[in-house]
Design a protein around this ligand. Structure first.
Ligand code: NAD
Length: 262
């Protein structure tokens, strides 16, 4: 089984680092044309140039804050003129900062929802007509194991994941008749800047070292280690492919067995 995404146009949100960057590399390796979206123009230029040296497909970027919804809408519309229809979307962004839900402010929720759920809805608005026209679409959302099992001290994140999960399930029912699938990937502990920063925060809060907190996390994972961003990207490539044509509306944990629920 060889995953072939050639002739597909894919949007990857949050693709300058971590999981989004790994997915961008994997989609490019599978032959997709790519629109990378993130805030840092310097990183995006470097990544786009790297990818263009390796692959022949059309690869371009949009440097913006996806929480700026009007700008996101306007710029994506222009990119459809450049690329044609996008039929693969990886919805991904930075996760909300650590903190308890009981101390969270309305602004914390607003920011988190704006740069994930609301941005994902704007992307949907832009790509849906093209996906329906082609009778093919793959919408893949990066959520978290926190969608199924709240992670301590990630109150806003846990809440947001529940909302995105319900949005995605509802969407999967509405769009299935048009050949469009909607699925969520639930990363466990994946070694990215975000995980490092969360471990630092948690270690400070508990008064222990970074290594002690890292070891504590690794002991919670049956496989005994944290994951690599590529391990999420392989699952994303599968969900984006024709091979996943009968997979719709699911939550797909890639967590080394962390989740204890069935
Ligand atoms: P990361 O911080 O390494 O990467 C996030 C990416 O999103 C970066 O490219 C960043 O520039 C971009 N981004 C952030 N805010 C943006 C904005 N407003 N506009 C445009 N781009 C923006 O994070 P990651 O570890 O790759 O995590 C990705 C998602 O997966 C997050 O929602 C995170 O909470 C979730 N997650 C991560 C882990 C983990 O262990 N790494 C576990 C569970 C869930």
């Amino acid at each position: 089984m060889k995953i072939d995404l050639s002739k597909r146009n894919a949007i990857v949100l949050g693709s300058s680092d971590g999981i989004g960057l790994a997915v961008a590399h994997q989609f490019a390796e599978c032959g997709a044309n790519l629109l990378l979206v993130a805030r840092s123009i310097e990183k995006l230029v470097r990544i786009t140039n790297d990818l263009k040296q390796k692959y022949n497909q059309h690869i371009d970027y949009l440097a913006l804050d996806i929480g700026e919804l009007n700008t996101l809408r306007k710029e994506l519309k222009k990119k459809i003129i450049e690329f044609g229809n996008f039929t693969i979307v990886l919805n991904n962004s930075g996760g909300p900062p650590a903190g308890s839900v009981s101390n969270a402010t309305i602004e914390d929720f607003e920011q988190a929802f704006r740069q994930q759920l609301y941005a994902f809805q704007v992307v949907l608005e832009i790509v849906k007509p093209g996906m329906m026209q082609q009778n093919f679409g793959r919408i893949i959302n990066i959520t978290s194991i926190g969608a199924k099992q709240p992670i301590p001290n990630l109150g806003v994140s846990n809440t947001l994941r529940g909302a995105v999960t319900s949005w995605a399930k509802t969407l999967s029912l509405e769009l299935a008749p048009y050949g469009i699938t909607v699925n969520n990937l639930l990363p466990g502990f994946i070694l990215t800047k975000r995980l490092i920063s969360l471990i630092e925060t948690e270690a400070r809060r508990k008064g222990i070292s970074f290594e002690e907190e890292m070891n504590f996390r690794q002991r919670q994972v049956p496989i005994g280690r944290v994951g690599k961003p590529e391990e999420i990207a392989y699952a994303a490539a599968f969900l984006a492919s024709d091979f996943a044509s009968y997979v719709n509306g699911i939550n797909f944990p890639v967590d080394g067995g962390f989740l204890s629920c069935v």
